[in-house]
Design a protein around this ligand. Sequence first.
Ligand SMILES: [Zn+2]
Length: 467
Amino acid sequence: MVKISVRVPNKQAKPSNFLRTTRAGISWPAIPNEKSSQLLALLLQLEKSQWWPAQKLRRAQFAQALNLLHHARKTVPYYQESLAFLDGVLELTEEIWQQLPVITRQDLQQFDEQLLSISIPPSHGSVSEIRTSGSTGRPVKVKRTETFLQFHHVFTLREHLWLEQDHRGKQMAIRSIKGLQRGRAKVQGTWGAPFSLLYNTGQSVVMEITTDTKTQLQNLVKYQPDYLLTYPSNLQEILRHKGDELAQLKNLKQVRTLSESLPDGLRQEVQEKLGVKLVDVYSAHEVGVMALQCPKHDHYHVQSENVLLEVLREDGHPCNPGETGRVVVTSLHNFAMPLIRYSLQDYVEVGESCDCGRGLPVLKRILGRSRDMMAMPDGSRVFPSIVAGAMAVADAAPIMQIQVIQNTLEDMEAKLVAERKLTKSEEQQVVHVLQKSLGHPFRIRLVYQDEIPRNPGGKFSSFISLV
Ligand SMILES: [Zn+2]
């Protein structure tokens, strides 16, 4: 008699490396369902277009943008008159493009209803609304189609492929999550869409961004994620926590940041303290993914298949490599609420073309919002190196958190969360260090606080100019 022994694994098997399949018994090559197949078809096209030369990408962008413009002219009350000059235009040129009006965040607030299409093509799917937390406290409402969200998924997947992440690993996200209790870690069986549409993924753990740093670290040690996703300001607090938890993170392979501009030196700090690479993404709720980090470098590639992104000088002319300008962006696929040449009030530095071979334009650095810029006494504006300053301040005195507010051209207020009240000489030292990092002897008043809260969207600004 032949005995057959069956070993029953006591743990759940690690998810397979293959795509999810719809056919019984066929796991390789897989036959995915319709939704996943559409994502994969889009990815296949992106795989090719990323290598196209700049001119070819521009032509394809203009062809798609013209579809959007004609739709806006016909169905969006706000654009009925301003785009009338496009009637009969069959091909866009740079000259025509430059004539299109720029729309601001204030316009979005003022004309919200008039910006909605009264006839969205049914094939674009259902429409949903989001409100972005605005730094000024007044939110902006944006309506987006299911098709727009499909593109959002595709660019998230492209990032996943560029970063060569293993979907079988464990992910931990510490971010602003509606409805999630502060301090609580919620374990989910999968990474969620879009990853779970294509693969059987590993687990993910989510935590609300306002959770205190010590609890975050305890949970990082407890769950041992392969990938960590959070905001730069929160990452800084994690890295500067005085404890041995960081040394206990054994599985960590990558840290991803989003939502805020990345301070100088943070990439290096992550490499030194965690021994892994930091990757950053540039996106906005209104338009989706705008730029992803190059797989080979620290700079970013514009996602030209998703957005037409311009970097403009003050006079409205496009910036050359090495120049910094403001971002004006067109979301190419949102037919519910077309945003054409939308000024985000972000500043970025244009980079030289990349030696990785991708034709997608390069952004060297994402500097931040105009209100993060400091006004110098002569009226010029610069991005302060407040983060380097904050590190030096922490060396000078037991300070856990700092936020500098500029009230006038000469006056600053530095909010501090300190372990104890500082001595007079420590206070003088802090003021001196701040003046040095700001590059001018501003009058600086120190204000002690128990906590410096994040804004309603969970973001933290270490510098705010009210001038
Ligand atoms: Zn590159």
